[in-house]
Ligand binder design. Sequence first.
Ligand code: TTP
Ligand code: CA
Ligand code: CA
Length: 654
Amino acid sequence: MPSPSPGSGASSPLRDARRSRFTYRQLAQLATYSTATPLRVVAHIDLDAFYAQCEMIRLGVPEDKPLAVQQWQGLIAVNYPARKWEIGRHCNITEAKKLCPELIAQHVATWREGDDKWAYRDDAAANIATDKVSLDPYRLQSRKILALVKDSLPKDLQKVEKASIDEVFLDLSAQVHSELLRRFPELSSPPPSGDVAESLPFPSAAALDWRNDNLVVLDEDQETLDPDWDDVVILLGSEIVRGVRAEIREKLGYTCSAGIANNKLVSKLGSAFKKPNAQTVVRSRAVLPFLTGIKVTKMRNLGGKLGDQVVSTFGTESVKELRDIPLDQIKAKLGDETAVWLYNTIRGIDLSEVNSRTQIKSMLSAKSFRPSIKTPEQGIKWLRIFAGDIYSRLVEEGILEHKRWPRTINLHHRHAGQTRSKSSSIPSGKPLDEQALFALAKELFYQIIAEGDVWPCANLSLSVSGFEEGVKGNMGIGAFFKKREETPPRRSIDTVPNESSIMEQQSKKPRVDKSSIQQFFHKRPAGDQGPLQVKEHLDANQPQPDDAKFSWLDQEGNDADKSSHGVIGLEDSAHLASLSCPRCKARFGDEISLQSHQDWHFAKDIQDSERVKPTFADQPATSRGHPPKGSGQASKRGRGGSKLEQGQSKLTFG
Ligand code: TTP
Ligand code: CA
Ligand code: CA
């Protein structure tokens, strides 16, 4: 970490008669990543136009050239040069090319029915019926970036949470604590009174050098307050983040944006505040003014139904106005738990932990068919691809080293708006490879077919779940198999996903205020089949998945309804007006693009809501907030890791 410039940085202690607002205890808590200390430092890093940067780096495209990543006729990522031409995710490819004829449009890589590996194909856009999007290239880059972030932080003082394919949270508290004691040795002495509740001496640094950080500007009277330790720690955090970003840039070529604050909620809003290639520091004194400028519906978990309900109930989107409403009044409308959570959120209070042990809990590979498929042979071809896709991610999860192992395999089949599902235990005692997965999938498929009335089929999804930890320490492979054999395998359990099965899974959760939370959780609009399937894979009891939900992005929608949607012509402005995302109001040129985008929100919701849960559960009941589950649109497409380090995953077709 660079040292601060003499005289202007966070250094040069001189005793000051004043006392800090912070105590010795709060300082000490930094070293243990306590969420209770107001001095904690959390950063959120988000890659700029991520898929677009991946393609630019892969193709060696100069940085100033406009480039977009195409999925069928839509765009899923647009680089910043192209954004200058007013190209965005709302554009379809024709519209984008009209706006900027020089636009480089790179279609995402795809698997193709009957082919044994994913590839970048010139004709992918025209082959929605036979191709399935592969996000493996982006997962690979994502992993490289994550590994570099971890490498650039001290091994024993890091807490890194992968928050999505292109985001991480860092809890920098322990590293900052250590750096603080190094630069301000007087802080190492015990409190003179021996009482850890004693206030710290006031920091001597009168002015902090924020370099080119984007600082949230405050009223003059707040700015004239001398910096206290909360300002000093966040400056140290910001220096660390600058270093991490520089590493990513130098070693891998990517630019990213970051937010630094004292919790996840505010750091995430901070990283989005200024893009690209910028970092925004939100000091604790700036939190309230910072949030005042943000609409409540832009806040985490408030992008969906819950946010809409808040706006309609209280008649405002303004965080500032919502803050004027007394807690009791919010409780009366939203129930105690949601009210407390909302009350805290609009004040920038978030005690959720940065969780470095997030684990994938299910993996899913799926395809919606447009047109629907009509024969078992067609289905089998896709099952092969799914088995290969899932297996490569299992390898990444450490299945070859027996680190983690799924216990259940599940196949969903959609016909005439109805989803059928079969699952079975994955037999123990022999290695689980791609062929074994394929064989299990076929078995389930034949069981479904045997029930009759299954064609045409609009969607197939294969998933594995129920991960177990494998061998630890010196246990040999024999011990591993023995252990597994002790558990009798479950076979062929019929499960028809429906609201009740979802409720069952939900009901395993620690009890929460049903009236308030669950109503935001499951229901999607009638007739929308997608989420039902998705929720089938939702197990709120499990630890948070990794970027699993991003698999949702490669499902080409997974919505049977889509097979009937045509792409809507640009000139059809009446349709266009209706093709806007109800969440973020982004507009789309066709329904498939809109659906892909909504799927993305959907996946993010689950991810966000799952991530906040453990901390809420840890809190005392009285102060417990809650993650308003998915804001009514939650779903999860299980999927997770990704594939082998080098190149492409090979599928052996037999
Ligand atoms: P984002 O981080 O939301 O966006 P971005 O990285 O493209 O751009 P920004 O600079 O504003 O952060 O999403 C990360 C990747 O996820 C994005 O590059 C492509 C993918 N994605 C989709 O596939 N569909 C979507 O609707 C969205 C929002 C993202
Ligand atoms: Ca991004
Ligand atoms: Ca992101």
